[in-house]
Ligand binder design. Structure first.
Ligand SMILES: Cc1cc2nc3c(=O)[nH]c(=O)nc-3n(C[C@H](O)[C@H](O)[C@H](O)COP(=O)(O)OP(=O)(O)OC[C@H]3O[C@@H](n4cnc5c(N)ncnc54)[C@H](O)[C@@H]3O)c2cc1C
Length: 420
């Protein structure tokens, strides 16, 4: 094995898995994946929650058919059937007015000019801000380019920005939102079909990837955090791990750091890294199966604290992005869960219903800070050392901090490993 060039991938989130999958099986390379925790998947993981007695994901994840890298990843690990594509239909409930409606994404974006394809109360003239968004400057925030504060702001621009960029519109990069819209809504219905993983993100995107890496001869080391990266003459020369292991790197060896921004910064302070962003709250409620069955798989909420409800089997899971800006953030978990449940029960048309079990999870720094200043700090795939590549959703992929960005970044890093 020593005559093969070694590639050490650090971090087994989706970025690291994607990079390793591209390289494992190459006859000139041996791939080793080192992961700090006991499991692969990083922020994209499924696990059994004892209080709910159900398998949940580390966070509710919205994927769309525009996420081609996600669909390709599932296909190449033999898990395409573990993802399901739904109709491009987004039901909403406004808690303030107790009204419900559905937004069907038109086949062609010009279809949005027709009444009935926009949220109720919005006028054609509300779309007049769109050209300013499409020509937004790199320093502009969403709130600076979308100036109307009418119905479309409340029912689309604000929730869309918070949901996609985990950042209030006053801070979020207009360009990043624009680029997301170009890949999704501006491509029409075919790009906007919600993608669900009915058995969880782990079974769909992670477990089969790990199995495939093993089958292709890659070595996987869990509970093996990298603690230091030795450098000399512009190259990484050795990797040091928490168990005291030190791996010297040969002249043909490479390292791919597929780490969250803070971990990357600690190991490689000279590389650009965007600052951490805001927290995301997820509240999970196990409910009576009949109540769950009456709910759509995804429901957008307006006029309250809860933003999205995802249903999987008998669990209703609520997402609150940019949590520091939410009135729920300072509340103790029990009170926050009560407030969120009240909204869920109202939206479900069952105000007297009670959950059978509940769990609140606050993911600190769930994404990087997607403001114009920090988007500029996203690094490219070539790291500051000749034999070191960078991957992770925070890389300069042009995409928001998503599964798609993680996968694209991993494959971009792998593509820079020289061919024999
Ligand atoms: C609550 C929440 C909701 C989200 N919602 C969505 C959504 O709706 N849609 C969407 O597409 N995306 C969403 N995301 C974002 C998405 O989950 C991430 O962008 C993506 O999973 C990041 O993958 P990654 O491989 O870049 O990083 P990570 O998943 O963070 O993986 C990095 C890995 O590196 C490991 N590691 C860290 N330090 C070390 C070390 N020193 N040595 C070795 N290993 C180390 C970590 O343990 C981890 O396994 C959400 C994220 C959160 C938290």
């Amino acid at each position: 094995m020593r005559d093969l060039a070694q590639v050490h991938v650090i971090g087994a989130g989706l970025a690291g898995l994607a990079a390793a999958l591209d390289l494992a099986g190459r006859p000139d390379l041996h791939v080793t994946l080192h992961e700090a925790t006991a499991n692969a998947g990083g922020l994209c993981r499924s696990y059994h929650d004892a209080r709910l007695d159900r398998v949940i994901d580390t966070g509710n994840h919205l994927m769309l058919s525009a996420n081609q890298a996600v669909l390709d990843h599932a296909a190449r690990i033999g898990a395409a059937e573990r993802l399901t594509l739904a109709e491009p239909l987004f039901p909403f409930h406004d808690l303030a007015s107790a009204t419900s409606w559905q937004l069907r994404v038109p086949d062609h974006p010009l279809g949005a000019l027709r009444p009935g394809t926009r949220p109720p109360g919005t006028r054609l003239s509300d779309l007049a801000d769109l050209p300013r968004l499409l020509t937004a400057g790199a320093d502009q925030t969403v709130a600076q380019v979308i100036r109307r504060r009418g119905a479309l702001w409340r029912s689309f621009w604000e929730p869309m920005t918070i949901g996609v960029l985990n950042c209030p519109p006053e801070q979020a990069s207009a360009r990043l939102l624009r680029d997301t819209l170009k890949l999704t809504f501006l491509k029409g219905a075919a790009a906007c079909r919600p993608v669900f993983a009915p058995a969880g993100l782990g079974p769909a995107l992670v477990d089969p990837a790990v199995a495939q890496l093993r089958a292709r001869g890659a070595a996987l080391h869990f509970r093996h955090p990298l603690t230091a990266l030795e450098q000399a003459d512009g190259r990484a020369t050795a990797l040091c791990f928490s168990d005291g292991a030190r791996i010297a790197l040969g002249p043909r060896d490479h390292v791919i750091l597929a780490l969250p921004p803070q971990a990357q910064k600690a190991l490689l302070p000279q590389a650009r890294t965007p600052a951490p962003g805001m927290a995301i709250l997820n509240a999970h409620f196990r409910v009576e199966p009949t109540l769950a069955a009456a709910q759509p798989p995804l429901l957008g909420l307006l006029g309250g604290a809860a933003q999205w409800i995802f249903r999987r089997d008998d669990v209703l899971s609520v997402t609150i992005s940019a949590a520091e800006a939410s009135p729920l953030d300072p509340l103790p978990p029990g009170q926050a869960l009560e407030r969120i449940w009240t909204e869920v029960a109202q939206a479900a048309g069952a105000p007297a219903a009670r959950p059978l079990a509940s769990r609140l999870i606050r993911m600190r720094q769930a994404t990087f800070d997607q403001s114009p200043q920090e988007v500029r700090q996203r690094p490219g795939a070539q790291g500051p050392l000749a034999n070191l590549l960078l991957a992770g959703a925070q890389q300069a992929t042009g995409l928001p901090c998503t599964l798609e960005s993680a996968l694209v970044s991993g494959r971009a890093a792998a593509a820079l490993i020289p061919q024999p």
